[in-house]
Design a protein around this ligand. Structure first.
Ligand code: C2O
Ligand code: CU
Ligand code: CU
Length: 494
């Protein structure tokens, strides 16, 4: 696959008349109430450049810097890794080592996080406390255990105070950990879904205070940097789609009309058996792998709006309507399926049975309360009641503090309680989470995720096995604006 370079994107710019609008907000492209700008001539989906490990090692140079790309019909000034949006796809196998030399060509500090990988949080591995100043270079090295679950992961900046701006600006890329036994398919596709907002000059629009409080949703939703690209297939194919929600705040309720879709994998690897689905919901940071068995039909991959709550009336009602992504479904890609071709597909082999932490002894239980509200609402002082706080157990993030201490080799149960009126997708680094209770519902099958949505005023119980990797890392809301405003805490495994 060719990299999505500027030249590539210029070709995209030749696409027919798009629905451009310089609206009241001065935005030159708008999704309006739920509709993506339409292009009369659709372009085929392209995929980021793929870098594959050799002899169990992948060496990569990543430059995070301002970049000029073509988005739809317009030239845009974004931020990107290696001038490409998304950045290159890193393809490795379990047991491999990834070395990334990260150069910061931005004006703000940055760093790199390998979301979902089960690797050490220390030193120059997945260490969230690293800060790479503008002009500096930092050499990361991530070593995957030999039994690392195959699946779809991703990388993105994680510098406190800059994470939402940098991810919204275009800094993200996919990581694929290959299967140990291949699955019988006719084609694999990778789709990195992201969103961004641009001003009239094609520069990244700043998120205002209200958007930061709610969690910004970009006005343009992209698939691999493209607006509404086209996919083509023949009937009778079996495709594997690896989908990443790289939006800083937007939830995606995805459906693909007219096709048979099965869920193969969620966040941290295969389900024991693929599950028939009509829709999947991805909170920011979540990934799914879908098996799409094609029928002759024209279909659309659509993202329906998700109600993720709103701020309380004490905010003055400035954010109305509950959900930000209001309106109808967005069309992300179209799929055109031509008459059948003969394929030689074997049945999909089963995944390994999933570990069930309910069968293992518990060493500790904790309650983590996610809070968002004015100081007055949260009982934090009596000022004007207008300062918003985003907290975990009543405190905003402090990188110097150790909030929770766990013992390596033990299993814990965490009750995630949301005391606010909006959803928060909680993400824990390094160790995946098994969802035990989702509200009042007991989740009977072992369900593993690394981002778990905690609904407004809701409660979710998870278990975590701190099997290995001592060190200190973080858990946080993956609405990156909330993380930047303090909804993040540290956990130290010793
Ligand atoms: Cu995808 Cu801590 O982040
Ligand atoms: Cu992460
Ligand atoms: Cu949040």
């Amino acid at each position: 696959m060719k990299p999505l370079t500027r030249r590539h994107l210029l070709v995209l710019g030749a696409a027919g008349a798009g629905a451009t609008a310089a609206g009241a907000a001065g935005l030159w492209l708008t999704t309006g109430p739920g509709a993506q700008p339409l292009y009369t001539q659709e372009l085929d989906l392209t995929e980021p450049h793929v870098l594959t490990s050799r002899d169990r090692v992948l060496e990569v140079q990543l430059v995070a810097a301002p970049a000029q790309v073509q988005i739809g019909r317009r030239e845009a000034s974004v931020q990107a890794y290696n001038d490409s949006l998304p950045g290159p796809t890193l393809r490795v196998g379990p047991g491999d080592t990834i070395r990334i030399s990260l150069h910061n060509g931005l004006l703000a500090p940055t760093n790199l996080h390998v979301h979902g990988l089960h690797v050490s949080p220390q030193g120059n591995s997945d260490n969230r406390f690293v800060s790479v100043a503008p002009g500096e270079t930092f050499d990361y090295e991530f070593t995957l255990p030999a039994d690392h679950p195959p699946g779809t992961y991703w990388y993105h900046p994680h510098h406190h105070g800059h994470a939402a701006d940098q991810v919204a600006g275009g800094l993200y890329g996919a990581i694929v950990v290959e299967d140990t036994e291949p699955i019988s398919i006719t084609r694999e596709r990778l789709m990195v879904i992201s969103d961004l907002s641009l001003d009239a000059d094609g520069n990244l629009a700043r998120a205002d205070r209200m958007q930061q409080v709610m969690g910004r949703e970009g006005q343009i939703v992209l698939v691999n940097g493209q607006i509404r690209p086209q996919l083509r297939a023949a009937a009778g194919e079996r495709e594997r789609w690896r989908i990443i929600n790289a939006c800083p705040s937007r939830y995606l309720r995805l459906s693909l009309s007219g096709q048979q879709v099965r869920l193969l994998s969620r966040d941290n690897g295969r389900l024991p058996e693929p599950e028939g689905v009509t829709e999947v919901v991805l909170a920011p940071g979540n990934r799914v792998e879908l098996l799409v068995e094609t029928r002759e039909a024209n279909s659309t991959l659509a993202a329906a709006p998700v109600d993720r709550g709103s701020m309380s009336p004490m905010m003055g009602g400035a954010i109305g309507g509950g959900t930000q992504s209001g309106g109808g479904p967005l069309e992300l890609c179209s799929l055109t399926v031509s008459p059948s071709m003969s394929t030689d597909l074997r049945p999909v082999t089963n995944g390994r049975p999933l570990r069930d932490l309910r069968k293992e002894p518990l060493a500790a239980a904790r309650t983590l309360t996610l809070g968002a509200g004015t100081d007055a609402e949260m009982g934090m002082g009596s000022g004007q009641g207008s300062m918003m706080s985003f907290t975990i157990n009543g405190r905003t993030f402090d990188p110097q503090r150790v909030d929770e201490t766990t013992a390596v080799g033990t299993v814990e149960e965490w009750a995630l309680v949301n005391s606010s009126s909006m959803d928060h997708p909680l993400h824990l680094h390094v160790w995946p989470m098994q969802v035990i209770h989702d509200g009042d519902r007991e989740v009977t099958e072992p369900r593993w995720q690394d981002v778990v949505n905690v609904p407004a005023r809701g409660r979710v119980t998870i278990r975590v096995a701190f099997d290995d990797f001592p060190g200190r890392t973080v858990f946080h809301c993956h609405i990156l604006d909330h993380e930047d405003q303090g909804m993040m805490a540290t956990v130290q495994a010793i």
